[in-house]
Design a protein around this ligand. Structure first.
Ligand SMILES: O=C(O)C(=O)C[C@]1(C(=O)O)C=C[C@@H](O)C=C1
Length: 375
């Protein structure tokens, strides 16, 4: 039997090039024919989404439906016969839905900028690339932009697996009437980068305080002499490094590309499993997708057993708690706000029952939102 690979290894280059071309030609023709079919199918899908858009306009309904997008991705993965990985299909379908959604309506979403931050990455992971990202200089500004209606959605960091809660975000959740409509969990890699690719002239390393903290052991072991200077974001640090050879930045690869920097050391975070969770905030109250969680803020009077009693309705109704975080209430009386995530949607009967009991027992009670759990 003729084997193109075996014969290619023994033939002079010109003839093996020709054999390679001949062997690839029918396969590439097959790919071209499949692409033609995919283009037709994708446009048929897009026309259908346009009709969905007409119906939503007629009823004044929200275009972006995180719960439906979650269900679509789930269905696609359930029907996946391989060899494509489920994760790859999820990425492809998020972009397909993003493009279809953009035909229905364009969406603007604020994030902690400048461009090149992990918040921007999280934004595209959630909305796909057919969204207009609006960079903001602080987490407060992201909340303000959504509250003022300048943009429909915002994306804010909530928690890092190494460093814990992003306290400013938790504090702002208390004050806002906005809801959490979705979440994104991102693997976060930090890279040490500068303009020249040579660290000889570098005197300081700049990054967001969380990034400096997430790389502190690596920095101490490898560059103990560098002064560490916190700045508003890693992308801002990268922008500064692009203008000053004495500055290196800790930032994402996308920031190195954006500001023309060289990555001197890649993946320098102390914990290789470093992840950050982001919340999507807006006015839309996400419906049940079948795989959801609910975020709450609670407080109780400062007395013995109060927290234990407060949380008893969760166990009594078989509702699992997946996150518990506390923040001082700043009342000066050792009182705390508790940020609790539970499994399930607030419209699910056991969750609804547990929430009603929690509401009765708590001194302060607020549902931040129910939304599809990120995977
Ligand atoms: O099903 C809808 O509601 C749609 O608008 C269609 C679609 C999709 O492309 O599948 C697009 C946008 C929504 O966020 C959800 C899904």
């Amino acid at each position: 039997m003729y084997c193109p690979l075996e014969s290619a290894m023994t033939q002079p280059k010109d003839s093996s090039d020709q054999q390679l071309t001949d062997a690839l030609a029918p396969l590439r023709a097959e790919i071209d024919a499949l692409d033609t079919q995919l283009i037709h199918l994708l446009n048929e899908r897009a026309r259908c989404a346009l009709r969905v858009g007409d119906v939503k306009r007629k009823f004044g309904a929200e275009v972006f439906r995180p719960e439906r997008e979650q269900q679509v991705v789930q269905k696609v993965q359930d029907n996946n016969p391989g060899p494509l990985k489920n994760e790859s299909l999820a990425t492809i379908w998020r972009e397909v839905m993003s493009a279809c959604r953009a035909l229905e309506k364009s969406i603007e979403a604020a994030y902690l900028g400048p461009a090149g931050t992990f918040s921007e990455q999280a934004l595209y992971a959630h909305f796909g690339h057919d969204v207009s990202g609006v960079p903001c200089t602080s987490i407060d500004e992201v909340f303000r932009a959504v509250e003022a209606g300048t943009v429909e959605y915002g994306i804010v960091p909530v928690e890092n697996s190494t460093e814990g809660a992003v306290s400013r975000t938790l504090d702002l959740f208390l004050q806002t009437s906005l809801k959490i409509s979705g979440e994104v969990a991102l693997r976060v890699h930090h890279n040490l980068m500068n303009r020249t690719g040579n660290m000889a002239d570098v005197k300081v390393v700049r990054a967001h305080p969380q990034a400096l903290a997430q790389c502190q052991h690596w920095l101490t072991a490898n560059y103990p002499h560098l002064e560490r200077q916190p700045v508003s974001s890693n992308a801002e640090a990268a922008r500064m490094a692009s203008m000053d050879d004495s500055v290196a930045a800790l930032a994402a690869e996308s920031a190195a590309n954006r500001y023309g920097l060289h990555i001197v050391h890649a993946h320098v975070e102390d914990d290789p499993h470093n992840r950050t969770r982001f919340a999507v905030i807006g006015r839309y109250e996400t419906e049940s997708s079948g795989s959801d969680q609910t975020s709450l803020v609670l407080s109780v009077p400062n007395k013995a057993g109060a927290v234990y009693q407060l949380l008893a309705p969760l166990a009594a109704n078989g509702v699992s708690m997946c996150r518990f975080e506390s923040r001082p209430a700043r009342s000066g009386a050792w009182e705390y706000y508790f940020y609790v995530d539970v499994e399930g949607h607030q419209q699910d009967a056991p969750v609804a029952r547990a929430l009603e009991e929690l509401r009765r027992n708590a001194a302060y009670f607020k549902v931040l939102g129910s939304y599809p759990t990120s995977r």
